[in-house]
Design a protein around this ligand. Structure first.
Ligand code: F1P
Length: 355
């Protein structure tokens, strides 16, 4: 670590190892899903809950279960407490995700679920936490310490761990497999290649700094939507600038008007159903003069400035997850360039213990 660096960049550089640790734990996560399957006979609804980055992690984690007959909801823990917990029963499963295991709303959400006899599962980095203790089944994601207040490698790991859990549950309940699981072995290597692009991404951030760009929009679809929400949050948390996120094609329905202001758009397009439509949007917004940073796994189309390729990854889910790494690096250098301390953003602490 150089003297002038903050811890956040080291947490970000740890992503490949953190991801590998979760991939190695996949058999244990699968066992956990199988135990859950055995415990609930008539599983009807699943709620994934979390706050801040952990909320976006559960949105991603729930993705493999979305096109099934189960009712699956990913909601902020607070919304769950006040609007979703009334009809809970023993046929429901509530999964709480939290780096600290101490965020007040997530702990309360799980307590409420237990009061109503719903089955509860926790994913956390902190085995000695209240969330870990009170949940019927708990899984400690072991990726070493994350020093920064903002979540980086913990977001990637909790997202991946909960998605592996969902895929295993889907196999158990419906005997259906998820193709992204077959590709998990490629994740570490691809993440390492992205970390090697740090200088290139630093330049992209410094150019925006010099051009006084003060607004960012992050666009993603399907599994990439929660990742782009997290990308927008990362830039906002570390630099305090205005950021937004939309489902990719929603950009035409209003936000398009904002092109022309000092704005950079992160547009993600991964191979899958929506890829061609996303590329059409990319061409359209470029023609309108937008400043775009394009994230894709379509490596066969070659590299160019402002285009970040997620290498050797075919599955949309995996490409989406890894695409947070370049945005984390961008957010770090943009914040440092603006004289902010990304380790300790103003007004937030490692977890919020009240609501
Ligand atoms: C959730 C969270 C973080 C945020 C900040 C405050 O924490 O909202 O996402 O960056 O640190 O806490 P946790 O429940 O995952 O520990």
């Amino acid at each position: 670590m150089q003297n002038d660096e903050y811890s956040t960049i080291n947490d970000i550089r740890d992503n490949p190892l953190a991801i590998e640790s979760v991939v190695k734990a996949a058999p244990k996560i699968t066992n956990l899903a199988e135990r859950i399957c055995g415990k609930i006979r008539d599983l009807k609804r699943i709620f994934f809950v979390g706050c801040g980055s952990s909320y976006y992690a559960v949105m991603f984690g729930a993705w493999p279960l979305l096109n099934t007959e189960l009712k699956v909801h990913a909601v902020p823990s607070s919304e769950f407490i006040f609007y979703h917990s009334q009809l809970l029963s023993k046929e429901d499963l509530v999964i709480g995700v939290s780096r600290s295991g101490q965020t007040a709303e997530t702990v309360s959400a799980v307590k409420k679920a237990r009061e109503h006899k719903a089955l509860t599962v926790a994913f956390t980095l902190t085995p000695k936490s209240e969330l870990y203790e009170i949940s019927e089944e708990s899984f400690a994601v072991d990726i070493g310490e994350e020093k920064s207040v903002v979540m980086t490698k913990s977001f990637t790991s909790l997202s991946l761990a909960s998605a592996i859990f969902s895929a295993a549950l889907k196999r158990c309940v419906f005997n259906e497999t998820c193709s992204f699981v077959e590709e998990l072995g490629e994740l570490r290597g691809s993440a390492e290649s992205l970390i090697k692009k740090e200088k290139e991404i630093q330049e992209l951030a410094e150019e925006r700094m010099m051009n006084a760009v003060e607004r960012f929009i992050c666009l993603g679809s399907g599994p990439a939507y929660p990742i782009m929400l997290e990308g927008a949050l990362k830039i906002k948390e570390t630099s305090y600038v205005a950021t937004e996120s939309f489902h990719t094609l929603e950009f035409r329905h209003g936000p398009m008007a904002s092109i022309g202001e000092k704005l950079t758009i992160f547009l993600s397009a991964f191979k899958g159903e929506i890829f061609d439509a996303s590329k059409r949007l990319l061409n359209e917004i470029k023609e309108r003069g937008a400043d775009v940073i394009f994230l894709t796994n379509a490596s066969e189309e070659g590299e160019e400035k402002g285009k970040i390729v997620i290498p050797r990854i075919e599955c949309e889910e995996n490409a989406a997850l890894l695409s947070i790494i370049p945005i984390q690096i961008f957010a770090y250098y943009y914040a440092v360039g603006k004289g902010k301390n990304p380790d300790k953003p103003r007004g937030i602490t490692r977890y919020i213990g009240k609501f």
